[in-house]
Design a protein around this ligand. Sequence first.
Ligand code: NAD
Length: 430
Amino acid sequence: MKLTLMGSGYVGLVTGACFADLGNDVICVDVDAGKIEKLKAGHVPIYEPGLEELIRRNVAEGRLQFTTDAAGSAEWAEVVFICVGTPQRATGKADLSHVFQVAETIGKNIKKFTVIVDKSTVPVGTAQRITRYLREITTVEFEVVSNPEFLKEGAAIKDFQNPDRIVIGTESERAREVMNRLYSSHARVNRPILFMRTQTAELIKYAANAMLGSRISFMNALGTLCEKIGADIKEVSKGMGLDTRIGPRFLQASPGYGGSCFPKDVRALVDVMESLQLNANFFRAIDQVNELHKKSHLGRLQQFHPRLSGLTIAVWGLAFKPRTDDIRESPSLTLIEQLLEAGARVMAYDPEAMENTRKLFPWVEYTHTPYDAVQGAHAVMVMTEWDVFRNLDFQRIKAAMTEPVIVDCRNIYDMEEMRGMGFKISGVGR
Ligand code: NAD
């Protein structure tokens, strides 16, 4: 099939490369000419395991192309995906300006029946709004389908190949036939494909993210109680998660959720509900707990060093989670801002996210290894659970530090073992 993806970010690139790998002819479009030039030259502008190899192979075999020519690519395709960003406005509302810019380009250029698939996360009712908008600018036949994206950065290719489910919002038989063809290889291996109305599909995306965010905020809120009463959130989590009605996933205390999806999607859900005069207190609390929690880690450090001015603090992990270079709304950024404000010198290490962080905090010192980051440090804050932090040489680390203090915001270390080695350590919720 001939597929065009409007927007070549995490979602557009991964989806485009994966569909090309299934034998489709794919064009990935972006307004960012620099990004397209890089892609044409063989450089992948984001870090996602396996993506570079997948893109290289499909470009070499002639199935995958990159361009800034949105008009020509919209006209060429049978299916046009909308994969542009839907960032948050100051009010919490989702900013749909990129979505409607792309919709306009599609509407002005299609010449034959085209299925327009929205993969961007958008408020309920957006597919219907796009349909109404397009009817004003084209007489060509089209269908707008909602197909929300559930990929997890760091495991995005696996998620495409083996999704828990594929959600498709359309009531059109013609669009359904096209979508069935598009996902036929997934159907063959029995991945669930759910068809429904567009509004329902759009809501499932927000509902899933709000549920995952609520589990994280639930555990972090409970963690504050654990810290006061001497309970251990890791054990609480295990004891809860073994209940098959609850399950163990997304039940860990952490520095708080970040990334390009959970924070903005929870706030957008609040906005949608409030705009319909519904009580959104439950969903608002998820965000409030998370924002407060992200600011609380400085206090954990101050248990050891009440005054931070002039001290050197190492930060391990900048990405909002491992196996990505994405730092959007990462708890590390909140912490670094607080540390700098308190007058600390910050040494940071992350396997993939240092270049992105350097653009925001050029005055932080970035190091080549986790060992370099702790050189002379008065404490190390563990903010992302990259595997590399798990089995380091802690005797070497202790010898390099001015003070052997670890604030383990991911609870990856055995506290007794660390204390046995001479470290002072605290975690989250324990
Ligand atoms: P991104 O910011 O990485 O990429 C968006 C791309 O769209 C950018 O490269 C931008 O230059 C481009 N763009 C903007 N306007 C354009 C236009 N008019 N024409 C062509 N390109 C244009 O965003 P992302 O992380 O890929 O997310 C895209 C959407 O998917 C968002 O709605 C997001 O909420 C949703 N989503 C993201 C993830 C994720 O993990 N990143 C997962 C599921 C859903």
